[in-house]
Design a protein around this ligand. Structure first.
Ligand code: SAM
Length: 469
């Protein structure tokens, strides 16, 4: 792991330095400031739903050791050029800094849970929760900013778990789904002090006034998070900043209005060697990650539970439209050729595209979609032409794609990168008709061979634009 100092980073804001030296004391404060000028560790989280040899992949990427608090998390010896790794485009891993992977521990056993990720883009924690929730669970990933929500949806498609619905609205609209969720995560927008070394822009944008504005926004977000949480459910609050006002302060302000509805969550076991500072704010357990003490970026996380005795009301807002047209028998038969475990899914058409959802969550996704702007959900399967499915690009990544439904074409690395650039693909390696394009067994997308010609069907919005230096 490299912790070398890097002189070309912007100076830390003077007011920030002053505060850190005052709050942490001279020695710890200086150590933190030095660490913020160093190089951040590089880490990722593997996608267990993705095909391929994970051990081989980790070797190729230069993985050194596991992230101690997340079993799918790994540190790398240096930052590879992820753009030129086909496995990255196949959704085999998410490049996620290590500290934030800690929220997985706070979620506990989340299999089958309905999780709301209120501030979700670009999707690091969403994809982590989706893996934990498993096929019977649902993650509603919300992002207020539409452009960022589109990036979130791209990452969700690639993750391929089929158990995520992406919404783009103000948290208030989700708060109206009162008592709906087993877990609500608010990874709140913050002043980003923990990101100073990773993102020098965060350093330039920092001001005391911005800290105050962020705190106000966090208060509003937590009110909605609390409304959406069911009694007995868990609230996970996190930021990537160090100041009290946005961390413990936000929890204190929440406790002032939520009072004894906030109860302790079951204990999360940590290990002293991780260097995480554990604390408490009322019933909240808190966890601070300082880059001079832990191998990760600056991060703050807290967890509590909504008392099971809290006033219990589950409310679904009145629907505004009907969007889902259930698939008829013939359509279901055709779709069942393309997906495994089709009996456990529900299929319907939304705006010309056919989708599939796990049975357990299909009704919830329908209810959400009839009220909120849901820009992606479940697994997009494709469109029907003369009774045959033209697969959606997202189907290539779906963990339950039935690979026996069509021929697979395995491309060498350079050919795979050319495919991802939407370049030419040689007809020789493909069967006539639709093919699943793979590299090292991992699906990248579709291509159709018609005689000597190949139609590259990789979405142009995702194509690689860079050339290898
Ligand atoms: N959870 C994400 C992840 O792990 O990849 C990172 C989320 S980032 C820290 C916070 C997000 O909150 C940003 O995408 C930002 O656009 C969004 N946001 C900004 N203002 C918001 C608001 N008023 N309510 C909810 N979300 C907001």
């Amino acid at each position: 792991m490299r912790w070398a100092l890097c002189d070309n980073l912007p100076m830390l804001p003077a007011k920030f330095r002053e505060r850190v030296l005052r709050d942490l004391g001279e020695e710890q404060g200086r150590a933190l400031c030095e660490a913020l000028k160093g190089e951040p560790p590089v880490s990722l989280r593997l996608n267990p739903a993705c095909a391929g040899d994970a051990e081989e992949l980790l070797r190729e990427l230069g993985a050194t050791k596991r992230v101690p608090w997340h079993e799918d998390g790994w540190y790398l010896s240096e930052r590879p050029q992820f753009t030129f790794d086909p496995a990255f485009h196949a959704g085999a891993y998410y490049v996620q800094e290590a500290s934030s992977q800690f929220v997985g521990l706070l979620a506990g056993d989340a299999a089958g849970c309905r999780i709301l990720d209120l501030c979700a883009a670009p999707g690091g924690k969403t994809t982590l929760y989706a893996t934990l929730a498993g096929p019977a669970g649902l993650v509603v990933a919300n992002e207020i900013d539409r452009r960022r929500a589109a990036v979130l949806a791209d990452n969700v498609r690639k993750w391929g778990t089929g158990n995520i619905a992406v919404t783009t609205c103000d948290p208030r609209a989700l708060g109206d789904f009162e008592g709906w969720f087993d877990i609500v995560a608010a990874d709140a927008p913050c002043s980003g002090e923990g990101m100073f070394r990773k993102d020098p822009g965060a350093c330039e944008e920092w001001s005391e006034n911005n800290v105050k504005q962020c705190a106000i926004r966090q208060d509003a977000i937590l009110r909605e998070a609390w409304r959406a949480l069911k009694p007995g459910g868990r609230l996970i609050y996190s930021t990537c900043t160090f100041n009290r006002e946005e961390d413990e302060g936000t929890l204190e302000r929440m406790l002032a209005w939520a009072g004894d509805e906030v109860a302790e969550a079951p204990e999360t076991k940590t290990d002293e060697r991780w260097g995480v500072e554990c604390g408490r704010v009322g019933a909240f357990r808190t966890y601070r990650f300082y880059p001079h003490k832990t191998c990760g970026e600056g991060f703050f996380a807290a967890v509590a539970q909504k008392s099971p005795a809290a006033e219990s009301r589950m409310r679904t807002p009145k629907n505004r439209r009907t969007l889902f047209t259930p698939a008829d028998k013939a359509t279901t038969r055709e779709l069942s050729r393309w997906v495994r475990e089709a009996d456990e899914m529900r299929f319907a058409m939304v705006a010309e595209t056919l989708y599939g959802w796990p049975q357990e969550q299909a009704e919830a996704v329908r209810q959400l979609s009839e009220v909120l702007p849901v820009i992606y959900s479940g697994a997009a399967l494709g469109q029907l032409f003369k009774g045959r499915l033209k697969p959606d690009p997202a189907l290539a990544f779906y963990r339950n794609l039935n690979r026996e439904a069509l021929p697979q074409a395995e491309l060498e690395r350079e050919e795979a990168l050319e495919y991802l650039r939407r370049g030419e693909v040689r007809a020789a390696g493909l069967a006539e008709g639709m093919n699943l394009i793979c590299h090292e067994g991992r699906a990248l997308g579709f291509a159709k061979r018609i005689g000597g010609r190949v139609n590259n069907l990789y979405p142009s919005s995702l194509r690689i634009l860079k050339r290898k230096p």
